[in-house]
Design a protein around this ligand. Structure first.
Ligand code: HDD
Length: 709
């Protein structure tokens, strides 16, 4: 049994601050017992309320100040606690304890998020997802603040406010919420070709995950690992979900937003509560310093990934999330991630996007959390002991002892004292710098089209078709023709046929050239010609890791299966399928014409998970219909069951039925898909399990497009 890392464990530390109202009296904030929290103090039973009422004033004041500013980006998010375990030491590359000590169980807190929407927006927006991990290590806190896509939109932090202003609701009308499908975003994107790579990932299925638990995470930037000898290697961090990478379709995403806009948050919460702990393996791509310039792109350019075919991902450990927060605000809302939080053995690079982030996150916590003492909030406290001379400020909760708060000192015995590097003190990697101070962009950052094209080429046909649909939807929502045309030209740099298809859907043609300079993300004094995109290069035909067609399909754990049934359903069918699915840790739920309970043909009562009026097919991964004539007759009389089945078919999910269950399928479009490999009639449960594990049968995508649901 591994011990939890840290001088004290994070769980024990948080416990000191956790309060539980169970069996406790209601009091004021000062601890005075209260006997009435329903009526204010009044001058006479029907008279006005009195200012003297300290209980009323305290309650209302507290309420008035409950909200803090939401995050300027990534406002909508969900968090969980867990731990990280290292498989094998990589001391050759890094001296960080988390990368060398395999006996540790390092506590983590993770927050997943969307980027553009407000705190209350839908989980299913087409958007990048944040993937931020706080490692509470013995040597201090390390934050790996990444996304679910391996690249970013821009190359220099200087452009971040422009990018975000363009995607956020338009400032005159505050529309649209949590959506990139509008003019200002595409105005900016089409003038800033460096965005194109992340932009096409945004059009792909990665932007509409099935679950937080089924998406990858990436540190994005090249960081440095530094070993005991002070030698450095470039590193890119990858999180690989044990359940594979899976997404919903856009049609489902829009419907889920209506049916359950907390879909991802609920999914994460329920998986952890049910003991199905989400897991990711941590992988590293390591590049020796001397190989820095061996690539067709710049390692310091955050709009580029290193294809796994060029530098393989070495898996070094696993993260498990095993505990939901006790309080959303105290933990998930107040957690403060800072890319600048690193520990000895990990260091930054000169990536200009990363460099700007090192400033921005601390700065934003000051306005969000209100004080430089935000590290003292329990969720943000390191497990490593912290002693420093930083003092005072709003909400100081510690009581630093002694006469001195400066260094050097004699009056405090020279404490807190310095440590030697050999004793674990941080030392910045000594990088040789040779250059002049200059406000410009390196020419090596100038290739904007090679990697978006590599990504597109690597996709399966069904994924490509989703990209075309996404572009058509997003640009279809734009009002300005010149913006759409500039985008079409840009898409043509990725792939001509893709651009033609999107243009057809928009009722436009792909322009041969565009009049204005393409790359306007440069300064007024720059020579525009120097900053035009370089020619598209093909240094790799395809990269298998970029397509979700090559992910894992071996588990149905936590997949939700709707059992469509009514009174009189066949118990034998039901029992056989349910036990087979549950043995694989899938979640089965009866969907019936009404709530409460239904009876099987053996006369037993079974609780209904949801009545058909309160749920939708898009909240499930597959459906099963047990036999039983009276059950099927009842289902057949409720039209929404047919919509439920048709939608499931259209979304390419697995469908199984036994005995009379087939009759219900015959009343839907499924009757024409009986040869489909994920439509299973009177088949063994194993075949259904295999079909669910495949996530979707995309082979039926084209033929089912016309189904009118
Ligand atoms: Fe950022 C939050 C990820 C570039 C400025 N960012 C934030 C969060 C994630 C990322 C996951 C939410 C953390 C949480 O859950 O609390 N950001 C990224 C990634 C980037 C990136 C992967 C590029 C590789 N960000 C970036 C730049 C800047 C910022 C270039 C500014 C120059 N990001 C912020 C911020 C936020 C933030 C304004 C808002 C809330 C917060 O920091 O704590 O400072």
């Amino acid at each position: 049994m591994k011990k939890e890392d840290g001088k004290q464990s994070k769980t024990a530390q948080l416990k000191q601050f956790t309060i539980d109202p169970k069996n406790q009296e209601l009091t004021t904030r000062q601890g005075v017992k209260v006997n009435d929290t329903n009526n204010s103090l009044k001058a006479g039973i029907r008279g006005s309320s009195l200012l003297e009422d300290f209980i009323l004033r305290e309650k209302i004041t507290s309420f008035d100040h409950e909200r803090i500013p939401e995050r300027i980006v990534h406002a909508r998010g969900s968090g969980a606690h867990g731990y990280f375990e290292l498989y094998d030491s990589i001391s050759r590359y890094s001296k960080a304890g988390i990368f060398t000590d395999t006996s540790r169980k390092t506590p983590v807190f993770v927050r997943f998020s969307t980027v553009a929407g407000s705190k209350g927006s839908t989980d299913l927006a087409r958007d990048v997802r944040g993937f931020a991990v706080k490692f509470y290590t013995e040597e201090g806190t390390w934050d790996l603040v990444g996304n679910n896509m391996p690249i970013f939109f821009i190359q220099d932090a200087m452009k971040f406010p422009d990018l975000i202003h363009s995607v956020k609701p338009e400032p005159n009308k505050e529309i649209p919420q949590a959506a990139s499908a509008h003019d200002t975003f595409y105005d900016f994107i089409s003038l800033t070709p460096e965005t194109l790579h992340n932009q096409i990932w945004l059009m792909s299925d990665r932007a509409i995950p099935r679950s937080f638990r089924m998406m990858e995470g990436f540190g994005i930037h090249s960081y440095r690992l530094v070993n005991e000898k002070g030698e450095a290697h470039f590193v890119k961090f990858h999180w690989k979900p044990v359940l594979g990478v899976h997404s919903v379709t856009w049609d489902e995403a829009t419907k889920i937003s209506g049916a359950d806009s907390d879909f991802h948050r609920r999914d994460l919460w329920e998986a952890i509560e049910s003991g199905q702990f989400p897991e990711w393996e941590l992988g590293v791509q390591i590049v020796p310093e001397e190989d820095e310039h061996k690539f067709d792109f710049d390692l310091l350019d955050a709009t580029k990934l290193i294809p796994e075919e060029m530098v393989p991902v070495k898996v070094i450990g696993k993260m498990t999330l095993n505990k939901n927060p006790d309080n959303f605000f105290a933990e998930t809302e107040q957690v403060a991630f800072l890319p600048g939080n690193i520990v000895p053995g990990i260091d930054f690079t000169n990536d200009p996007l990363l460099q700007g982030r090192l400033f921005s996150y601390r700065d934003t916590q000051l306005s969000r959390l209100g004080s430089p003492n935000f590290h003292q909030i329990p969720i943000n406290q390191p497990v490593a002991k912290a002693h420093h001379n930083q003092r005072d400020g709003h909400m100081q909760t510690e009581i630093p002892k002694g006469q001195t708060a400066y260094f050097p000192n004699t009056l405090g015995g020279g404490c807190p004292h310095l440590s030697k590097i050999a004793e674990g003190a941080f030392s910045s990697y000594e990088e040789k710098i040779d250059g002049k101070k200059i406000r410009a962009r390196s020419e090596s950052f100038n290739d904007f089209f090679s990697q978006p094209a590599l990504f597109y080429r690597s996709l399966a046909d069904w994924e490509k078709s989703h990209v075309a649909n996404a572009y058509s939807f997003e640009l279809g929502k734009c009002n300005h023709k010149h913006i759409k045309e500039r985008m079409l030209w840009m898409i043509a740099q990725i792939d001509d046929e893709l651009a033609e298809e999107v243009a057809g859907n928009l009722g436009l043609s792909v322009p041969e050239k565009i009049e204005e300079p393409i790359n306007q993300a440069i300064g007024a004094d720059a020579n525009v010609a120097d900053y035009q995109p370089g020619p598209k290069k093909i240094y790799l035909d395809k990269s298998t890791a970029l397509s979700q067609a090559n992910t894992k399909f071996d588990s149905i754990a936590t997949r939700k299966i709707a059992f469509l049934a009514a009174d009189g359903f066949k118990m034998d069918d039901f029992k056989q399928m349910k036990s087979a699915l549950e043995a694989e840790n899938a979640v089965c739920m009866i969907i019936a014409p009404h709530g409460g309970a239904i009876k099987c043909d053996a006369g037993m009562e079974h609780p209904v998970g949801a009545s058909i009026t309160t749920t939708e097919s898009v909240l499930f991964d597959a459906i099963y219909i047990p036999g039983g004539q009276s059950s099927i007759d009842a289902l057949s009389k409720t039209p929404k069951f047919k919509k439920f089945i048709n939608e499931t078919l259209k979304h390419c999910k697995a469908i199984a039925a036994d005995n009379e269950g087939e009759e219900l399928l015959d009343e839907t479009y499924v009757k024409d898909f009986k040869d489909d490999k994920a439509v299973l009639i009177n088949a063994a449960p194993d075949a259904f399990i295999k079909a669910i594990g495949q996530h979707r049968n995309w082979d039926r995508m084209k033929e089912t497009e016309g189904i009118p649901v």
